[in-house]
Design a protein around this ligand. Structure first.
Ligand SMILES: Cc1ncc(COP(=O)(O)O)c(C=O)c1O
Length: 419
C-alpha cells in the first residue's frame, strides 16, 4: 500500500507541541531586530542579548560596516558569477585564501561558500570506501552528514575519550590495512554546545602510534582561542598536527562563508574534488573583501579578544560563584545547566525575556537529556561588565524561582501574560 508521503510525516512540533498555540516566532524562529549587538529588540521590547556568536563584536564594527558597504557599492552581490572553477575566481578570493592560510599557520587555504556544505563535502572528497572515518560522538551535524555520505567503515568514540579513540583506531587500522585504505579522524576545536575543547593534544599524541590524518572543525575556536586567535590548535600547542583546519566565518568573523586550510598538495586536490564548491557559486566579492577586513582586525586588534575574555571570565566566574553549574567549558561558550522539564524551560525562558529583559538561547531535549535545561550564554567583546552584573542578578532570581517550584506550578507564563 502506498501512503501519502505528507500523511506519513508526523506534522507535529516535537516535545514542545503543547505550546504550539503560542506565536511561532517566540520560542522557535524568534525575531531579534535592530543593529546587531548586546541590546536588540525582541517582541517590540529592548532585551540584553546573549545569543549571537558575534564573539569579537565585529558584526557592527564601524570599519567592518564601511568595508562591507564600499565593497557592495563597488561590486554588487552578483560578482563574481559562477563557480570558482568555471568563472567565479578573482584576485581577491586568491588573496584572502593566502591571508587565511598564513593566519592559521598552514601552507594553503580554500574558501568555502558555506561552512556546512563545505565540511560535509570535504569529508566526501577525502575518503572512499576503502578508508575509515573515526569521529567524536558530539560532532556538529555537518560532520555527521559528511560521515553519512561515506561508503566505507566509520567508528565513533565517546566525546573526548582518548582511551576509546585508541580502541577505535585499532579497529580502523585493521580494516584500513586489509583494504589498503587510510584513516580520517574528525573532531572539533571547541564544541559549540558544551564549550569544551576537543582533546587535540591527546589525538596528536596518538599520531605517534597510529597512521591517520586529522580534520578539525574549529568554528567556535577561530578568533577566540590561542595566543593570536588562530584557534584551539594554537591554544593546545598542536596546530601543526592538524592536517586540515576548518572554520566558518559565521561566528568570530560575523559574516557568511568558511575556509579549509592545510598542505598545498591536499588543498590542490580539494579544489578539484569538493563537490559543494565545484557545483556552486563562489563567495560573493563583498563577503571576500569584507572578510579580509575582519581578518585584519582579528590579527591586529588583540584588544578585541582580550575584551571578549574579560567578559567571558566575568560571566563564568560570577555564575560559578553563585553556585551555577557550567559543565566543562573552556571557551567563551557558557552553558548554564538546570534540572527541569520542557515546561519549566519554557516558563523560565519567557520569564527571563519578559520580566528580566534578557534574551539567550534555551536548549532542551533532545539536544540535552530530558530532565536538563540549558541556557546558553554567548559573551562577546561588545558586552559590558554592567551587562554581566544585570545577567548574574537575573539568573540568581531565576534559579530561586525554579527551586521554589514556581515554574512547575504556573501555567505557561506566556498564557497569563497574553503573549
Ligand atoms: C561547529 C560548526 N561547524 C560548521 C558550522 C556551519 O557553518 P556555516 O554556518 O558557515 O554553514 C557551524 C555553524 O555555523 C558550526 O557550529
Amino acid at each position: 500500500m502506498v501512503v501519502d508521503l505528507f500523511d506519513k510525516l508526523r506534522m507535529e512540533a516535537g516535545p514542545l507541541a503543547k505550546y504550539s498555540h503560542l506565536p511561532d516566532d517566540y520560542f522557535f524562529f524568534p525575531k531579534l531586530e535592530g543593529e546587531i549587538g548586546p541590546r536588540m529588540l525582541f517582541n517590540g521590547k529592548e532585551v540584553l542579548n546573549w545569543s549571537l556568536n558575534n564573539y569579537l563584536g565585529l558584526a557592527n564594527h564601524p570599519e567592518v560596516r564601511k568595508a562591507d558597504t564600499e565593497a557592495t557599492a563597488k561590486y554588487g552581490l552578483a560578482s563574481p558569477m559562477g563557480a570558482r572553477m568555471m568563472s567565479g575566481n578573482s584576485v581577491n578570493h586568491l588573496e584572502f585564501e593566502k591571508q587565511l592560510a598564513s593566519f592559521v599557520m598552514k601552507e594553503d587555504a580554500m574558501l568555502l561558500n558555506f561552512g556546512y556544505q563545505g565540511v560535509f563535502s570535504t569529508i566526501d572528497a577525502l575518503v572512499d570506501r576503502k578508508d575509515v572515518i573515526v569521529y567524536d560522538a558530539e560532532c556538529h551535524a555537518c560532520i555527521i552528514d559528511g560521515v553519512r555520505l561515506h561508503l566505507g567503515k566509520r567508528f565513533v568514540f565517546p566525546h573526548n575519550n582518548m582511551e576509546n579513540l585508541e580502541k577505535q583506531l585499532q579497529r580502523a587500522t585493521k580494516i584500513a590495512d586489509e583494504n589498503g585504505g587510510g584513516i580520517l579522524v574528525i573532531t572539533e576545536g571547541v564544541f559549540g554546545m558544551s564549550g569544551d575543547m576537543g582533546d587535540l593534544k591527546g589525538i596528536a599524541e596518538l599520531k605517534k602510534k597510529y597512521k591517520f590524518r586529522l580534520l578539525v572543525d574549529d568554528a567556535h575556536g577561530f578568533g577566540t582561542m590561542g595566543k593570536t586567535g588562530a584557534g584551539a590548535g594554537e591554544e593546545q600547542g598542536v596546530q601543526d598536527q592538524i592536517d586540515l583546519y576548518f572554520s566558518t566565518f559565521a561566528k568570530s568573523m560575523a559574516s557568511i562563508g568558511a575556509f579549509i586550510a592545510g598542505d598545498k598538495r591536499i588543498l590542490k586536490y580539494l579544489r578539484y574534488t569538493t563537490r559543494s564548491q565545484i557545483y556552486a557559486k563562489s563567495l560573493p566579492m563583498p563577503l571576500v573583501i569584507g572578510g579580509m577586513k575582519r581578518l585584519e582586525l582579528l590579527r591586529t586588534r588583540p584588544e578585541l579578544k582580550n575584551k571578549l575574555w574579560t567578559i567571558v571570565n566575568a560571566v563564568q566566574d560570577g555564575l560559578r560563584e553563585k553556585g551555577f553549574y557550567l559543565g566543562p567549558t573552556k571557551s567563551p561558550v557558557t552553558p548554564v545547566l538546570f534540572k527541569g522539564g520542557v515546561g519549566e524551560a519554557a516558563n523560565m525562558s519567557m520569564d527571563l525575556r519578559e520580566n528580566f529583559h534578557i534574551f539567550c538561547s534555551v536548549v532542551i531535549y533532545p539536544v540535552v537529556p530530558k530532565d536538563v535545561i540549558m541556557f546558553r550564554i554567548i559573551p562577546t567583546a561588545a558586552h559590558s561588565l554592567e551587562d554581566v552584573q544585570e545577567t548574574l542578578t537575573a539568573f540568581a532570581a531565576l534559579k530561586q524561582k525554579l527551586d521554589d517550584g514556581i515554574y512547575r506550578r504556573e501555567e505557561l507564563v506566556a498564557v497569563t501574560k497574553g503573549v
